[in-house]
Design a binder for this molecule. Structure first.
Ligand code: GTQ
Length: 357
């Protein structure tokens, strides 16, 4: 919006703007409205990636480049309104990673935190800080900031199959702060230092070591939250507890050491919508990425009279940008994983949400 004036005033101002431009100065009053909007006006748009459309291209990528060559063989889910920026919302990165039988994605570490949500196939492993965990569909796995991590998959003769997972990272936030560091390990895989399941037993059984000290700073000590346990909790609550009219049954993943989110920058959630559920609309400032685990349903996403209707099924992904109204409906019983930048907005005291009638 331009500040209005008479023609001569406008001409004088335009000349003034050109004059100060050389000094890298610019008038606030020409941009104030956009800088401090009355409400969020995200440049992101809602988008849906059907797994049936994406999977053949991921497998094709598997023919064109090895995991070793690519380092990470990932197709980024780019917000259609932010092409070229490698992000799904302004603060979050999402991608689908493929690892074929017998492959290794070599060990590295970076300040960016990553989550892996297992979408298709089973039996690959990821190693974090000396411990491996086997991936099963629906597992939520964390790679904490600055921990060595490599991914691998048994050979086909040993039962390996292609495995695809959703990567969620805080890449845009770390880029925003210009605080990114990364290193490669000279070896392809890091040495295994602990038996599989050690972290789960030590931190994930409603118990903690007596003299607990966080092994990963602000990140949860648990690095695999297995689907089987999450699913059981949702099933019990769907059967025996009241439903939330907006969310169905929705739980957030937790860092057991402090009750907070498992990752400092990303919140993760799992929810169940019973068959036939018609969720009420809500909006929130944390733009959210969804991965469909079970069931078919529909997301209606709307802002200022623009409406997107996404019919989803298992393994599909969709994004709801900040402050778009969304309502979720289930045909079958649905289970949805999701993640957002909620911890950061809460830390800044700027998170807002509205549950609409
Ligand atoms: O697996 O370490 O999708 O470093 C993007 C950057 C995955 C990973 C991504 C990464 C990784």
């Amino acid at each position: 919006m331009t500040v209005q004036g008479t023609d001569s005033a406008s001409a004088a101002r335009a000349a003034f703007y050109r004059e100060i431009d050389r000094l890298a100065l610019t008038p606030l009053w020409e941009v104030l409205h956009a800088l401090v909007p009355p409400q969020p006006n995200s440049p992101c748009v809602p988008a849906l990636w059907k797994f049936a459309d994406v999977k053949p291209h991921l497998l094709r990528a598997g023919e064109l480049i090895t995991a070793d060559e690519a380092v990470r063989r990932v197709l980024i889910l780019e917000n259609p309104a932010l092409r070229g920026q490698s992000c799904i919302t302004q603060s979050l990165y999402a991608g689908l990673q493929l690892i074929l039988p017998g492959e290794i994605a070599p060990s590295h570490r970076h300040t960016q935190s990553a989550l892996r949500f297992i979408v298709d196939g089973r039996g690959a492993w990821t190693a974090v800080d000396g411990e491996r965990t086997t991936m099963q569909p629906g597992d939520f796995i964390i790679t904490p900031s600055w921990t060595w991590h490599d991914h691998g998959n048994p050979r086909a003769e040993e039962g390996g199959e292609p495995v695809i997972w959703l990567d969620g990272l805080d890449i845009p936030m770390v880029r925003f702060f210009d605080a990114g560091f990364a290193e490669n390990l000279p070896q392809k895989t890091q040495p295994v230092a602990r038996a599989e399941g050690t972290s789960a037993a030590r931190y994930g059984a409603n118990l903690l070591p007596v003299r607990y000290e966080s092994p990963h700073g602000a990140t949860s000590p648990i690095f695999n939250y297995p689907y089987a346990r999450t699913r059981e909790a949702l099933a019990k609550l769907a059967r025996d507890a009241p439903l939330d009219p907006w969310d169905g049954v929705k739980l957030r993943y937790v860092n057991p050491a402090n009750g907070g989110y498992p990752m400092p920058t990303i919140a993760t959630f799992m929810q169940l919508l019973p068959a036939g559920f018609e969720g009420k609309p809500y909006r929130s400032t944390d733009g959210t990425v969804f991965s469909v685990v079970e069931g078919r349903g529909r997301a209606r996403i709307e802002r200022d009279g623009t409406r997107h209707v996404f019919d989803f099924e298992p393994k599909d992904h969709f994004v709801v940008p900040s402050w778009w109204r969304v309502s979720l409906a289930a045909i079958d019983e649905c289970v949805l994983f999701s993640f957002s930048d909620r911890p950061v907005q809460q830390a800044l005291g700027i998170l807002r949400e509205e549950r609409l009638p």
